[in-house]
Each structure stands twice: as C-alpha cells, then as structure tokens.
Ligand binder design. Structure first.
Ligand SMILES: Cc1cc2nc3c(=O)[nH]c(=O)nc-3n(C[C@H](O)[C@H](O)[C@H](O)COP(=O)(O)OP(=O)(O)OC[C@H]3O[C@@H](n4cnc5c(N)ncnc54)[C@H](O)[C@@H]3O)c2cc1C
Ligand code: SF4
Ligand code: SF4
Ligand code: SF4
Length: 383
C-alpha cells in the first residue's frame, strides 16, 4: 500500500484524457520542490520533468479537480449538497450588472464588471494584484498578474496583438493554465480569476492549508460550459465550416453559444453565433468530464448568460464575496440593472448547467454520482 502520487494522476487522469490542465498540481509542487513536474507542451497535461526528485507526498493527487477527493469538505464549506438538487450551487444573491467605468466597459467581455471589481480592490489596497489572462489573439491568451488599471485594460478581451495567427506551429486555445502564476511569491494578496476547474483546485489547496494558496485573497469565478483547442488542421476546418478567416476575428465571447465578432467598419461588424453542439470536435476533451457551469466554489461568479448585451450576470456566494459586491455597488463602481428578471436568469443558468451535468454523466457512465466520480475515491493505492 502507498499514497497515490503524480504517477497515479498520469494513469487515472491524464491517460483517460480528463486532465483539465488547471496547473494546480504544478503550482503546488513547484512551491515545495522546483521542476519535478511541469508543462512541456501547450494544451497537454503536465509531465514529470525530474521524476527522481518527486517527494511522493501525494498532494498533487489530493488537489486535482478530477480526483474529487475533497468534494465533501468543499461542499460543506460552500453550502452545496449535490448537482442534482442544486445545479447552480449556493446562491446568496444574483444580479445583472454593468461597470460605471467607460474604459472597462469598452474593453470588457460583457459588462466589464470583473475588471472593475479587481481595480477597486487594488486601489483600496485590499489586494496587490490579480491573476488574469491576457488576450494574445482570437483564441489565444496567457496568464499574467495584473498590478494596476493599465495591466487590466491591456489584458482585456478586445485588444488583439499582431501575433501571426496562422503560423503552422502555433496552437490556439480559449483555456489558460493560470495557477502556475502563483509562483510569484512576492505577491501575498491576490485575486484569482478562473474557470470552475481552476477555482476548485485552489479551494482544495486552501482546504488543506497548503502553499501557495494562502496568497489568494478572493476567487472570482467565470461561468464555463466548455473551452476550445485549435491546431493547424482544426483552424482550417473551422474556417471552412463557418466560412470565416481566423485573422478576421476581432473578438470572441461565450454565453449559451460561441459568439464570434468579425473585423469590419464600426457598427456594421458581422456577428456569428455558433451553437456548442457544432463545436464538439474543437472542444478540449477534458471539458467532457466537467459538471460545474456556474463556478460553485467561487466567492463571486460571473458570466454573460442571462443578462442583456454589455451586462454581466453576477452571483454572490460567500460572505467575503457579498461584502465586496456591496462595496462596489455602494461606491458606484458598478450598477445593478433596473428590474432584471431574476427567475429568467436562473432558468437559463439551470438549463445550461443541467446540460453540462448530463454531458459529464454520459461521459462517465453511471460512475458520476452527485458530481463525484465513484471510481476515483481513494488516495491509497493497493500494490
Ligand atoms: C474560457 C471562458 C469560458 C467562458 N464560458 C462562458 C460561458 O459558457 N457562458 C457564459 O455566460 N460566460 C462564460 N464566460 C464568462 C464571460 O465570457 C465573461 O468573462 C464574464 O461574463 C465576465 O465579463 P466581464 O465583462 O464582467 O469581465 P471583464 O471585466 O471583461 O473581465 C474579465 C477578466 O477575466 C480575465 N480572463 C479572461 N479569460 C480568462 C481565463 N481564461 N482565465 C483567467 N482569467 C481570464 C480577463 O483578463 C479579465 O481580467 C467564460 C469566460 C472564459 C474566460
Ligand atoms: S513531489 Fe508531491 S506534489 Fe510533486 S509530483 Fe511528487 S507527489 Fe506530486
Ligand atoms: S491538477 Fe489540474 S493539471 Fe494537474 S493533473 Fe489534475 S487536472 Fe491536470
Ligand atoms: S469546462 Fe470545466 S474543465 Fe473545461 S475549462 Fe471549463 S471548468 Fe475547466
């Protein structure tokens, strides 16, 4: 008998194709021993870099979002029971919001709310910065630590740089592995913007009280139905399938489908909506195995779904999340849409959440019980 280690993650998570590449294992491991594991290739699971240096502590196995070891602990902490009765997790409050800052609105994905809250927290010195993802191209982002307003604007959705997008060796993905940014130890108080799989991993680390998760002051969670990956072949197929050129994409957004806005004269730009069901071959395989749409373990969750254009749907979940939300509303940083339809928003969120849960259930067969994979329950390997 032995404690399961990274080798077991390779066998149980990487080999079946369900590694979400959240980077949590790499982030923790690098904080105790440098370069034991790491990412060698974009859009591939992490690998052993120096296997002989592995301390066999097993923490990487414990915190991986695909082993679900800590589900019960987290569910207690975050007032959640199971996906069948609570597909949206615990909701303290739900709103449709927009920033009052024209620049954050202009560069924002939806209502510019996430960046406005981060900027507020930085200006009030409640955090030193935030781990966000900077846009590099239409389907390409990289994780950075934003330390001020300018960094946040530079990282925002619509600014595309001139990275040669059709370079044959370049790969594109809408998912960014951001947790390894936690290696920047000089920052002691950070906000983390992340997808449900990333926030889950941080919450596991916090629940075990392990470094470097104590540096995360607040988790700002994005809704996430799925993420996409493009290599050269897929880029060509996508261009043919949807009759567009990658280089002509000005911005993308994801709500209940993929929304692609093409470059063109202001006001007359073409917008294409592509349903998720037509995007199966571009989806990261790991997303098949993921049941959380609305980021149930975040302090505050954000998404476009349920709100009108240029507004963000906001769900407050924890005491800390609620306090911050109240402050940004009270100080006029963001505004709540008058007479928003709370039930209408919830219905849309439940519908997409249930569709995501169903997809995960059919991927795992009947092994997914209450959001937990029944086969992967033990941290001990019998040998
Ligand atoms: C990969 C992905 C999938 C999504 N899927 C859905 C969906 O299916 N349905 C839905 O309704 N909403 C989805 N969203 C959320 C939605 O696109 C907006 O991010 C959300 O509504 C917040 O908008 P905002 O204008 O308030 O945020 P903004 O003020 O524009 O701020 C967004 C912040 O998020 C950061 N960021 C962007 N991408 C990442 C990333 N990958 N990792 C970490 N930080 C990041 C940006 O740098 C910025 O700081 C998704 C977002 C992402 C990134
Ligand atoms: S040292 Fe610990 S965290 Fe790092 S790979 Fe080995 S078992 Fe995993
Ligand atoms: S912790 Fe994240 S990156 Fe590491 S194996 Fe699990 S899903 Fe993959
Ligand atoms: S669908 Fe799940 S696994 Fe895929 S990026 Fe979103 S949260 Fe992560």
């Amino acid at each position: 008998m032995r404690i399961k280690i990274f080798q077991d993650l390779i066998e149980e998570v990487h080999n079946p194709g369900i590694c979400q590449q959240c980077g949590g294992c790499v982030s923790f491991c690098n904080s105790i021993e440098k370069d034991v594991i790491g990412f060698k290739e974009p859009n591939s699971p992490p690998e052993y870099l120096n296997k002989e240096n592995c301390l066999e502590c097993g923490i990487c196995y414990f915190i991986c979002p695909q082993t679900h070891i800590l589900d019960e602990d987290l569910n207690k902490t975050y007032n959640f029971s199971d996906f069948s009765s609570m597909p949206l997790g615990y909701i303290e409050g739900i709103y449709s919001c927009q920033t009052n800052d024209n620049e954050f609105l202009k560069y924002g994905t939806d209502g510019g709310v996430v960046n406005s809250i981060i900027n507020f927290l930085i200006e009030r010195k409640m955090i030193e910065g935030a781990i966000v993802a900077k846009t590099k191209g239409a389907f390409s982002r990289e994780a950075i630590i934003a330390k001020n307003r300018n960094d946040l604007i530079t990282a925002s959705g619509v600014k595309l740089d001139l990275t040669p997008q059709l370079d044959s060796v370049q790969k594109f993905h809408t998912y960014t592995s951001s947790l390894p940014q936690l290696r920047h130890y000089k920052f002691k108080k950070l906000a983390l913007v992340g997808t449900p799989c990333q926030i889950y991993t941080i919450r596991c680390m916090q629940s075990l009280g392990i470094i470097p998760s104590q540096n995360i002051e607040i988790c700002l969670g994005l809704f996430c139905y799925e993420n996409f990956f493009f290599d050269e072949l897929r880029v060509k197929k996508f261009e043919n399938d949807f009759n567009l050129k990658f280089e002509n994409i000005e911005r993308i957004n994801i709500k209940e489908d993929l929304i692609v806005k093409l470059k063109g004269k202001r006001g007359s730009q073409k917008i294409i909506h592509i349903p998720f069901k037509k995007l199966k071959e571009y989806m990261r395989p790991a997303c098949n195995a993921c049941a959380d749409f609305t980021n149930i373990y975040a302090d505050i969750s954000f998404g476009g779904l349920g709100s009108p254009d240029n507004f963000t749907t906001v769900i407050t979940r924890t005491k800390k999340g609620k306090e911050i939300f109240n402050k940004v509303v009270k100080t006029g940083v963001i505004k709540i849409l008058d007479k928003f339809n709370e039930k209408g928003i919830k219905d849309k969120l439940v519908q997409l959440s249930q569709s995501k849960i169903k997809r995960a259930e059919s991927y795992f067969g009947n092994k997914l019980i209450k959001g937990k994979i029944s086969e992967v329950t033990s941290v001990i390997k019998e040998e």
